[in-house]
Design a protein around this ligand. Structure first.
Ligand SMILES: Cc1ncc(COP(=O)(O)O)c(C=O)c1O
Length: 380
């Protein structure tokens, strides 16, 4: 049996040894409560401040603009609810291809009485800028517009610079979920007029359950939780010092290696796509016309059995994921592909290959060898 191949780095990617070492050192040595005034507390506070400054530097922000959170989901919810709660009946808007952390937060706000606008996307998953312009020109300004930096299923990168500028020009707060983008493409708060940005450590080689929200100076948000005044009152609760340090270390390393790692992964991904095209009749590359992350490739095998496709790959020891949501055993076509106008018979049997720093030539060779046979076997 060949070695297993992990091509699901967009779901999560292994912890970097440096992040783990920094985390363990903080758990053992900086265990004080950062709010305590004695030396143990001051020591933990200094470590937390250092993590904040280092993470802020990676994204071109100032330390006071960083709120550490319990991951990307919390950061997204904090941004959306944080704005919604300031303006109880104001509309909220997001793209139709957002991660469920955004989409379901916006839907929940809809149930609580906020009018909701889902911005349509084109066949490549890119937001319809005319729809955004029309929304921004309307009478009722949204409390927040949320459009992700890069899509987690198909890798499409939105024109965030332009979207941010449009929102800024209309005086509307703009949030972007940059969870998949950080470390893969430049994400700088000093270069894009975004007001809120969500990040997650475990997509970068940091631990799960740690993230951050960038809140541009002057952007008001209402906290979701109530408690002590930690994180300037925006995220009360004793801070996870070790997690914050690990996030900062992972983000620094990801940013430092980006310029050498991403071209290598883009070349592997291009080879994978070219070879699969040559070997799998009818294969469709989703979001083919969009600027894409170098690490994600999402393909559909029209006419194949969606569930069997994934099971077949798993049985070969290759970890990929489906663009589709799999709940209670039933595979339903992904909301992202559906919003892009992909027909159900192609949206269902879709596979996401996502590459990471551990991905090798041999991994790609293996997929090129195995996938065509699996796709052939599971054609209906
Ligand atoms: C685009 C995007 N946003 C948000 C999240 C949620 O992040 P977390 O797992 O840290 O809550 C993910 C992770 O699946 C993601 O891919």
């Amino acid at each position: 049996m060949s070695d297993p191949v992990y091509l699901d780095h967009a779901a999560t990617t292994p912890l970097r040894p440096e992040a783990r070492d920094a985390m363990l050192a903080a758990l053992d040595g900086r265990w004080g409560n950062p709010s305590s005034i004695h030396r143990w507390g001051r020591d933990a506070r200094a470590a937390l401040d250092d993590a904040r400054a280092r993470f802020a530097a990676v994204i071109g922000a100032s330390p006071a603009e960083i709120v550490f959170t319990r991951g990307g989901t919390e950061a997204d919810n904090m941004a959306l609810w944080g704005r919604a709660r300031l303006a109880p009946s104001a509309p909220l808007a997001c793209s139709a291809v957002e991660h469920s952390a955004v989409l379901n937060a916006v839907r929940a706000a809809g149930e609580a009485g906020h009018p909701v606008h889902l911005l349509p996307v084109d066949g490549n998953g890119l937001v319809d800028l005319d729809a955004l312009r029309a929304l921004l020109a309307g009478e009722e300004k949204p409390a927040v517009v949320s459009v992700m930096w890069a899509n987690n299923e198909v890798g499409a990168m939105q024109p965030v610079r332009e979207i941010a500028a449009l929102c800024r020009a209309s005086g509307v707060v703009f949030h972007s979920d940059a969870v998949q983008a950080l470390g893969k493409v430049p994400v700088r708060a000093d270069e894009v007029a975004a007001d809120l940005l969500a990040f997650s450590a475990h997509k970068l080689g940091g631990p799960r359950g740690v993230g951050a929200l960038y809140v541009r100076r002057g952007t008001a948000i209402q906290p979701m939780l109530h408690g002590g005044g930690q994180e300037r009152g925006m995220r009360p609760g004793t801070e996870d010092v070790a997690g914050a340090i690990a996030l900062a270390v992972a983000a620094e390393l990801a940013a430092a290696e980006r310029q050498t790692l991403m071209p290598r992964l883009a070349a592997l991904r291009d080879r994978l796509e070219a070879e699969l095209f040559a070997r799998v009749p009818g294969l469709v590359l989703n979001a083919a016309g969009a600027p894409r992350l170098p690490t994600i490739s999402n393909v559909s095998v029209p006419g194949a059995d969606a569930e069997m496709l994934l099971i077949g790959m798993d049985m070969e020891g290759i970890a990929v994921s489906s663009g589709s949501a799999c709940s209670s055993g039933a595979v339903t076509p992904s909301h992202v592909l559906t919003a892009m106008g992909v027909a159900p018979q192609a949206a269902g049997p879709s596979v996401r290959f996502s590459l990471g720093r551990g991905t090798t030539d041999a991994d790609i060779d293996r997929v090129i060898h195995v996938f065509p046979a699996v796709a052939e076997r599971v054609r209906l």
